[in-house]
Structure formats: C-alpha cells, structure tokens
Design a protein around this ligand. Structure first.
Ligand code: KIV
Length: 283
C-alpha cells in the first residue's frame, strides 16, 4: 500500500512537511514520485498547462479521467488525487458521486479534490460517506475565476478572513481528509492550520501550513515567462527543451543528423544478394 491519509497524518504529527505537486501524465508521475512527493495532484490546471485553455473552466470529466489514468500508471506509491472539474460539485449529489466514482474506479485515483466551501458541504459529506476520500480546496478557487474577478488574493479583509476560517472548519467537519489553501495571507493560513486537525496544504499560503503544493510546470519553468509571486522556479526545463529542439531542427536542416552512428544498414550478405553491392548510398 502506498501513501494513505494515515501516512500523511503521521508525517504531520512528526513535524514533517508534505510535498504535493501536480502531475498530468505517466512520465511526470514517475518523476514526481521518484523525487519523493507524497501526493500527486491531477489538477484541472492541466486545462491551462497541458491543453492550452485560458482557465480550468473548459476541462471535462473525460479530460480528467484520461490524465488520471496516465498518472496512476506512473505512480506506484504516491497518493494520487484528481480534481473534480468545473461545476460537477455544484450539480446533484448523484452527479458528484458518479464523477468521483469514475475517477476512482476507472482512473484509480485515491480520492478527489473539490473546490469550494459552504456551497458544497453536502457533496463533501455524501462523497465521504460513500467511501470517497475528499480533499477540500479553499481560498483562491480557480474554477470560480470569472466570478472572483481574476486570480486574486483571498482572505485579506476581516469578513473574508472570518468566512474562510468558518468554511475551513466546516469542510473538515463534512469529512475532508485534507485541505488545499490557495493564495491567502500567511497569518490566516497559519490559523487555519492550527485549528484544523486534517493536513492543510498551501499554495501561496506562506510557510506554516502542513505542506506545499505547486503546479509542476510553474516549478520546473515549463510554462510562459510569467508566474505568480508565490511560485519558485526550481529549474528551467522549458529552456532546456527549447535548446534541444533548436539543435535538432538545425542538424536536420544542416544534414548533420542522422550521422553514421544513427543509421541502420543492411547486412553485407543481404546487400550483395539484393544489389550486388552496387547501390549508391548504401556502402
Ligand atoms: O488544479 C490545480 O493544479 C490545483 C492546484 C493549484 C492546487 O488545484
């Protein structure tokens, strides 16, 4: 058995931070697991970083299922959590159960992540009671970007702080096994982490949460030039890929690739039988 909610709880109680990162396919899942990430999130951020949409809103359940299957093929130990895409948690409980069930039964995810607080507490409860591990997501919830007016910091003013504190507690009480807290002031994230007994994983939520999550393409430098201020770039993979691709194109055009070491030849006897050894270009 790989990482479970118990593993996370144990690590948190021992003061170890949880490393969570998005993964969208077989190779990224393998690499993230090898790097030691406890949780791989098949985030609907794949809509932006993989599928080229402007937001996560167009991402479908089929998209999520396709990528979740690839990630679970690559991850043998890490916990794989898949996002429930836009709107599903706000439809009926049956819709939410069916979608989460698909991600677990066909996608083999450990559990699902649902964005939102008060509006979806009944779904969090129903899923949990059905045996589906639910990760909550509060603060900046990207599926609500249009309604929020952009990717803006949440929980800055007193009423918003109080609302987030209450919703975090309610999400835990509804049965969530962990909570992602996105783009909120560090002080608020600390208070939420202190009052909850489930692990709180932050993204742009400062240093005091039980763990951190980042979008893979942001941390590896595989997206565009811009990234939010809370992202640290740990590598410049996009640039490395570009240099490799440029070199490839250049060598194809300059006819230096393929060179002798990359060429497959016929065996001498076959060559003799076929062409009597007299074919141009085949030595
Ligand atoms: O979709 C995603 O990648 C996420 C993370 C930003 C937490 O929800």
């Amino acid at each position: 058995m790989g990482v479970t909610r118990k593993t996370l709880e144990k690590k948190v109680s021992q003061g170890e931070k949880i490393a969570m990162v998005t993964a969208y396919d077989y190779p990224t899942a393998k690499l993230a697991e090898e790097a030691g990430a406890e949780i791989l999130l098949v985030g609907d951020s794949l809509g932006m970083v993989i599928l080229g949409y402007e937001s996560t809103i167009p991402v479908t359940l089929e998209d999520m299922l396709h990528h979740t299957k690839a990630v679970t093929r690559g991850a043998k130990q890490s916990m794989v959590v898949a996002d429930l895409p836009f709107l599903i948690a706000h439809l009926s409980t049956v819709e939410a159960l069916k979608a989460a069930g698909k991600l677990m039964q066909e996608g083999l995810a450990y559990g699902v992540k649902l964005e939102g607080g008060d509006a979806i507490l009944d779904k969090i409860k129903a899923l949990t009671e059905a045996g589906i591990p639910v990760m909550g997501h509060l603060g900046l919830t990207p599926q609500s970007v249009n309604q929020l007016g952009g990717y803006v910091i949440q929980g800055r003013e007193e009423p918003a702080v109080k609302k987030l504190l209450m919703e975090a507690k309610a999400v835990e009480e509804a049965g969530a096994f962990a909570l992602v807290l996105e783009c909120v002031p560090e002080e608020l994230a600390k208070e939420i982490t202190d009052i909850l007994s489930i692990p709180v994983i932050g993204i742009g939520a400062g240093r005091n949460t039980d763990g951190q999550v980042l979008v893979l393409h942001d941390l590896l430098g595989m997206g565009g030039d811009w990234s939010p201020s809370f992202v640290k770039r740990f590598a410049s993979v996009g640039n490395t890929m570009l240099v490799g691709l440029q070199q490839y194109v250049q060598e194809v055009k300059g006819q230096t690739f393929p060179s002798e070491e990359h060429v497959i030849h016929l065996k001498e006897e076959v060559k003799l039988a076929l062409y009597g050894g007299r074919v141009d270009g085949i030595s």
